[in-house]
Each structure stands twice: as C-alpha cells, then as structure tokens.
Ligand binder design. Structure first.
Ligand code: SAM
Ligand code: DTB
Ligand code: SF4
Length: 324
C-alpha cells in the first residue's frame, strides 16, 4: 500500500472516500503523512497586510471588499513604501516569517504593479519572505514580480468549478487557472487554496481538493479559509459548516499534498483552541499570525502564543531567538 505518496492523479471519488473515512482513521493517516514530510511540532507564520483596501470590482459573495456589497468599510488608497516597511518590521519583531500583501484588485495595472515591486524590495530588505495577492496577472506581470525577487503569489481557486458561478460571476475558473500557470512559469512559488463554509456540500469540497491536487505541481502553500461571515455580504447568515467537516478537509489536503504547507487561514478567530488543535493534528502546519487578516480580525498575538505554548508548537521565529 505504501506507493509513491506524491500523486497528481487524484479523482474526486477517491477524495470523497477519504473524506468519508471514520474520523480517527482519517486523522491517523493525515498525521502519518505529516510526520513523514514535516517536522511535526513546527508551524510556519505568515503576516498579512492589506496594501489596498476595498472598492474591488469583483463580486465574490464572501468578500467584504467588493463594491457589489453593502458593507461599511473604509476604502483606503494604496499604501506608501514607508508604511509597508513599518508594518514589515513590526511583523518581523512579532515573529512572522512571511509577509503577505493583499490588494483588492481584479488585476493590477502596470503602474500599480510598479508600486508593488517597490514594496517587495522593501519587505525583502527587512529580512522577510514575500508573498503578494493582487488578482489576475498577465505572463509579463508575473515575470516582473519574479525579477523583483517575489517568493510566493497567492491566488485561490476557492471552490470546485461547478460551484464557482454561485459565488463569483465576474470571472471564470479558467481565469484563475491561467494566472496560476503564469505564476508557475515565472518560477514564483504558488500559494493556492480555498474557502469552506460557503454553503457547499462535501462533493464540492472534494472537487476543490481534486483541482489543487491535480495541478501540474502541488501548490507550495495551501490556505484553507473558513468563511468569516460579514454583515452585508450575500453569504452572511449561511448555515455554519460542521467544524469536524472542516478538520476532515484539512486532513484530506494533507494526505493529497504531502509536501505543501497547509495553512489554517481565515476563521481562526471564531474557532476554539480545541478545534485549532484538531486542525494541527490533521496536518495544518501554517497560520496567519497577527491580529488582523486583511479587513477582519485574527487572534491576538498573546492568545496565539498561549495556544502554541499549550500545544508545544514552535511557531515561526517566536522562540528561535531570531526575532530580536
Ligand atoms: N483580490 C485578490 C483575490 O481575490 O485573489 C486577493 C485578496 S482576496 C481577499 C484573497 C482570499 O481571501 C480569497 O480568495 C478568499 O479565499 C479569502 N477571503 C476573502 N474574504 C473572506 C472571508 N470573508 N472569509 C474567509 N476568507 C475570505
Ligand atoms: C488567503 O487565502 N486568505 C487570506 C490571504 N489568502 C490573502 C485573506 C483572508 C481574508 C479574510 C477576510 C478579510 O480579512 O477581509
Ligand atoms: Fe476582490 Fe479578492 Fe475580495 Fe474577490 S476576494 S472581491 S477579488 S478582494
């Protein structure tokens, strides 16, 4: 049974079988894969910064930053490099390893991209890994980001192809796949995952995982977001996903993509410590760290530090002595 664990030909049916395993069997398999490929008690820490907030022309039904929804959100202009430097320095001092900058754009203009290239240089000077998420990219734009030394590009598939149209109508699944190809071809590491709790069923979750696990290369990072329900977005009031189903999906992601950093992403603020602990047991080995996601709350740093200590987890540079 112990064949090559890195497969790229997973079918949705096989993934559904995994998701349907008795919970303990599924977690045991995920933890076994996890221990084979990763240091079991180490978690990677990424810090988020919204470099351009609100006013996004896309209509993603979960997102507070879309102009299509009536969410009271302060729109902000593109940040200045000095503001980015300050935030990066703070993130580094707090123990972050990777600094992720997000912009509420459908796709950047070449002029906007210039500004982001400068921000990437600034963050690298501060000694952090860099990640940006700017929406769709042309092949040339991806190459320019690579030339600036960008480490990761985040671009999520979010859900399964057949459910995409119920969540987003202003772009197609193929648009996402094309940008991912441009990023991969430019030699930038791919950060690509999804969002659960949109009212999807298990087959949709299996469909998302099948897409991720059959990409030409598995993403280096796989963020798994749990919907943060924001009043004014169309998905506010969606029945909550069973938390154990969330854990099952994390476990399946770990089994399907053994080398990836599986990130417990948005939604941690609303999770109990016990639920997060189960996610780490299921193979999650990365978090967003710092009290803000892009616009929504994330656990305060002291709550996280207490949790990591209780679990005996080494997180980022928190206890390596490097964060001075
Ligand atoms: N505009 C860019 C894009 O969509 O690619 C980058 C930023 S966008 C906010 C990044 C990701 O955040 C989305 O793909 C989605 O998975 C996640 N996200 C947005 N709103 C969320 C919410 N309310 N709850 C959980 N995750 C959310
Ligand atoms: C990802 O998958 N999750 C992050 C990051 N990539 C950019 C964003 C979460 C956003 C949550 C809602 C908000 O803060 O606006
Ligand atoms: Fe815009 Fe990204 Fe929000 Fe969609 S998820 S509305 S693309 S910021």
């Amino acid at each position: 049974m112990d064949t090559d664990p890195i497969r790229h030909d997973w079918t949705r049916e096989e993934i559904l079988d995994l998701l349907a395993l008795p919970f303990n069997d599924l977690l045991y398999r995920a933890q076994t894969v996890h221990r084979r490929f990763h240091e079991p008690n180490t978690v990677q820490a990424s810090t988020l910064l919204s470099i351009k907030t609100g006013g996004c022309p896309e209509d993603c039904a979960y997102c507070p930053q879309s102009v299509h929804h009536d969410v009271p959100l302060q729109r902000e202009r593109l940040l200045q490099p000095a503001e980015v430097r300050q935030a990066a320095r703070r993130a580094r001092q707090a123990g972050g390893e990777r600094f992720c900058m997000g912009a509420a754009w459908r796709q950047p203009s070449d002029r906007q991209l210039e500004h982001v290239l400068e921000m990437i240089r600034v963050v690298k000077e501060e000694g952090l890994e860099t990640c940006v998420t700017l929406g769709m990219l042309t092949e040339t734009q991806a190459r320019r980001l690579a030339a600036a030394g960008l480490d990761y590009y985040n671009h999520n598939l979010d859900t399964a192809p057949e459910f995409y149209g119920s969540i987003i109508t202003t772009r197609q699944y193929e648009d996402r796949l094309r940008t991912l190809e441009h990023v991969r071809r430019a030699g930038i590491k791919v950060c690509c995952g999804g969002i659960l709790g949109l009212g999807e069923d298990r087959s949709v979750r299996a469909g998302l995982l099948a897409q991720l696990a059959t990409l030409p290369e598995h993403p280096h990072s796989v963020p798994i977001n749990l919907l943060v329900q924001v009043e004014g977005t169309p998905l506010h009031g969606t029945p909550r996903l069973d938390p154990l189903e969330f854990v099952r999906t994390v476990a399946a992601a770990r089994i399907l993509m053994p080398r990836a950093q599986v990130r417990l992403s948005a939604g941690r603020e609303q999770m109990s410590d016990e639920l997060q602990a189960l996610c780490f047991l299921a193979g999650a080995n990365s978090v967003f760290y710092g009290e803000r996601l892009l616009t929504q709350a994330n656990p305060a740093e002291d709550r996280d530090r207490a949790l990591f200590e209780r679990l005996g987890l080494r997180v980022g540079r928190l206890d390596t002595g490097l964060n001075a």
